[in-house]
Write a protein that binds this ligand. Structure first.
Ligand code: SF4
Ligand code: SF4
Length: 228
């Protein structure tokens, strides 16, 4: 097995990487991956790539990339360069859905938060999944990241009180309340999530206002497109 050199990814801010041998993944995941993406068993490994903190946005902006989905385009381009010479297939971002949070749990990156974005003790909620790629590689699999779930030890839960829609106040996240509030003309959540930014965990990794506006304007456009 080879030790992968993550330098290219790290320099692009794609600083979270998890490598799995597909045949050693939990049976349901393995079977889903093989059936949907690799029925001919062409690939040995699944590689999950993410970004933590602000570095990816800065690296992407420095390239001047201009596209409808600049982060996706940038992340794919870097991943393609990193895997140059190895047979591979990018399965996210793509039209077909992939269970990103399930992969994040397997990598140890994801713990649940009240506002439904994953959280961990290193990055807080300031990380995201960028690429899932199947690869015919022989890299050494990465051990899962081990951190305690931050929300279990957070007694005050300031994010719950901060949500202006009270969407986090029940037993489960109330998505309709969140959406209805975000659509109001005076919404404070057009370009951010007030609950998310009130969480102190990993606060030093908080995205810039520009990255927040980019991310939340995408979800706002989806809301407007699908709910009118
Ligand atoms: S404020 Fe507390 S409960 Fe809310 S996401 Fe952060 S750690 Fe979890
Ligand atoms: S986006 Fe706004 S309304 Fe929705 S959960 Fe976050 S704080 Fe609450």
């Amino acid at each position: 097995m080879n030790s992968p050199d993550f330098t290219l990814l790290n320099e692009a801010g794609l600083n979270l990487q998890a490598i799995f041998n597909i045949d050693e993944m939990p049976p349901e995941m393995k079977s889903d991956i093989r059936q949907r993406f690799d029925p001919e068993h062409r690939y040995r490994q699944l590689i999950l790539i993410g970004h933590g903190g602000k570095a990816m946005w800065a690296a992407m902006k420095a390239t001047g990339v201009a596209a409808e989905h600049p982060i996706d385009q940038f992340s794919i381009a870097i991943t393609e360069r990193w895997l140059a010479g190895l047979p591979h297939a990018i399965v996210y971002p793509a039209e077909t859905s992939v269970g990103l949070q399930a992969l994040g749990k397997l990598a140890g990156w994801h713990h649940a938060s009240p506002f439904m974005v994953g959280i961990n003790g290193i990055w807080g909620s300031w990380y995201a999944y960028r690429v899932v790629v199947l690869s015919d590689s022989d890299f050494a699999p990465t051990p899962p990241q081990v951190t305690a779930p931050p929300c279990s030890a957070c007694l005050d839960k300031p994010c719950v009180a901060a949500c202006p829609a009270e969407a986090l106040s029940g037993e489960r996240f109330d998505l309709p309340k969140c959406i209805a509030y975000r659509k109001t003309p005076s919404s404070r959540c057009k370009a951010t999530c007030v609950a998310r930014i009130s969480c102190p965990v990993g606060g030093e990794h908080h995205y810039s206002d520009e990255q927040m506006a980019h991310t939340y304007s995408i979800s706002m456009r989806m809301i407007e497109r699908y709910t009118g």
